[in-house]
Design a protein around this ligand. Structure first.
Ligand code: CTP
Ligand code: MG
Length: 177
């Protein structure tokens, strides 16, 4: 039991910059879309109105600010140490993953906001992990051990569901997913 609590705490700690970036993009979102409203060759939007510069920049910035706060936690309290690079790759990678997802969602004919279970919930995890691995593979494999990865994959859809239901009721999100 204690091992599981330790595993969950460590997983949340390591994912926190990404866990913050994703929902704060919703809070800051609006304005010019990243695809500037343009269509792809298939006549559908490249990304759609759900991906905006304000969301991208605001979300990334919030993730980085929280990561810097985590870096300043005294080592006896800290559950893992970040570098400036990994804070940036976790935050920005999360929203990059979300955008890549939207690109393929549009190509498959899903409208903005259409529900894609698990894909909508793990897109940002994949983006955060891939970008972080590319920039610092040693840090990634030291921190994201096999059991931490399993914990994140189980925990994230549950946390995602919960935050989106909250977001929907406080009228930040159009859909409760
Ligand atoms: N958002 C944003 N910019 C981003 C990511 C999110 O502005 N880079 C905001 C948008 O207002 C978006 C909302 O957060 O509608 C919810 O994000 P998400 O569920 O990822 O987008 P969807 O609107 O569902 O679009 P998609 O179908 O492309 O995922
Ligand atoms: Mg969505």
């Amino acid at each position: 039991m204690l091992e599981i609590i330790a595993l969950i705490s460590k997983a949340v700690w390591l994912m926190l910059p990404a866990y913050i970036a994703n929902p704060t993009a919703v809070v800051f979102g609006g304005g010019t879309p990243v695809d500037f409203g343009k269509n792809w060759k298939d006549g559908r939007r490249i990304l759609g109105d759900g991906k905006t510069f304000r969301g991208l920049v605001g979300g990334t910035a919030c993730g980085i600010v929280v990561g810097i706060m985590q870096m300043n936690v005294p080592s006896q309290w800290s559950l893992g140490s970040f570098t400036l690079t990994t804070i940036i790759t976790l935050s920005f990678g999360a929203l990059l993953g979300d955008m890549v997802k939207s690109f393929f969602k549009r190509r498959s004919g899903f409208e903005r906001g259409a529900k894609l279970p698990l894909v909508d919930q793990l897109d940002f995890v994949a983006g955060a992990w891939i970008l972080t691995y590319l920039f610092d593979p040693v840090w990634f494999s030291d921190n994201f051990t096999f059991w931490i990865i399993i914990t994140v994959l189980i925990l994230t859809p549950l946390l995602h569901r919960l935050t989106n239901i909250i977001g929907y009721y406080i009228k930040l999100k159009k859909e409760p997913w």
